[in-house]
Design a protein around this ligand. Structure first.
Ligand SMILES: Cc1ncc(COP(=O)(O)OP(=O)(O)O)c(N)n1
Ligand SMILES: Cc1nc(C(=O)O)sc1CCOP(=O)(O)O
Ligand SMILES: [Mg+2]
Length: 213
């Protein structure tokens, strides 16, 4: 399967509220999300596995990839397409060793220095941000803005997906930075109609790509 970072949904169980993560993901993928990340910072491995298996079943045949945040053992048990880790999580070399050669490995990079240190032999893509301050991740690093994002993209040897405070209206600027997609939580999870929200974002992204930005 080809890696398409275009519209990367990061799930948040709190923001999905009564609709739940599985239905939110299903609607978002119907609207054009290309990747879904299971991110539940309060769940232990057993709960992540349960949620991830339900997500995997719901997304089967959709073409969307399933990534698990932080937890390699859960990703392996789920049979997910990959794992995303941050600079303060497990070492990428160790993640790759446990994950095997086929699964995807995403790594957060918040600075040019971190981007330069990404090993493309181990890491498949980078999540760069936050572009803007966001209440979704209270412990986020300082916002980089679009200029900072462009510097990170230039320094990074793997494709970059931008994250942090993004909405459909940012597609042109994100694309102009050289990023290969937009990762969002609240712009989809927190919305009354996640499918329509995802469709608006996916269309904005595709238009930005078609415009050659
Ligand atoms: C696509 C993407 N990019 C960045 C992150 C943030 O990862 P991390 O810095 O490890 O923070 P937590 O998400 O674990 O709180 C991400 N999850 N996804
Ligand atoms: C999960 C996450 N990681 C970030 C980073 O900067 O690494 S920002 C973030 C949350 C993004 O949420 P929203 O789209 O609602 O702003
Ligand atoms: Mg993490």
């Amino acid at each position: 399967m080809t890696l398409d970072l275009g519209l990367y949904l990061v799930l948040d169980p709190g923001l999905c509220r009564d609709r739940g993560m599985v239905e939110t993901a299903r609607l978002a993928v119907a609207g054009g999300a290309t990747i879904v990340q299971l991110r539940d910072k309060d769940a232990d491995t057993a709960r992540l596995i349960e949620a991830g298996r339900a997500l995997r079943t719901a997304l089967a045949g959709s073409g969307a990839m399933l990534i698990v945040n932080d937890d390699v053992e859960a990703a392996l048990a789920i049979g997910a397409d990959g794992v995303h880790v941050g600079q303060d999580d497990m070492d990428p070399g160790e993640v790759r060793r446990r994950l095997g050669p086929r699964a995807l490995l995403g790594l957060s990079v918040e600075t040019v220095d971190a981007a330069q240190r990404v090993d493309p032999v181990l890491v498949d893509y980078a999540g760069a941000g936050p572009v803007f301050a966001t209440a979704t991740k209270p412990d986020h690093k300082p916002p980089v803005g679009f200029a900072g994002l462009a510097e990170i993209v230039r320094a990074c040897p793997v494709p970059v997906v931008a994250i942090g405070g993004l909405a459909a209206g940012h597609a042109d600027a994100v694309r102009a930075s050289g990023a290969m997609g937009m990762a969002v939580v609240s712009a989809i999870c927190g919305q009354a109609d996640p499918r329509a929200a995802a469709r608006a974002m996916a269309q904005a992204w595709q238009a930005a790509v078609a415009a050659g930005g």
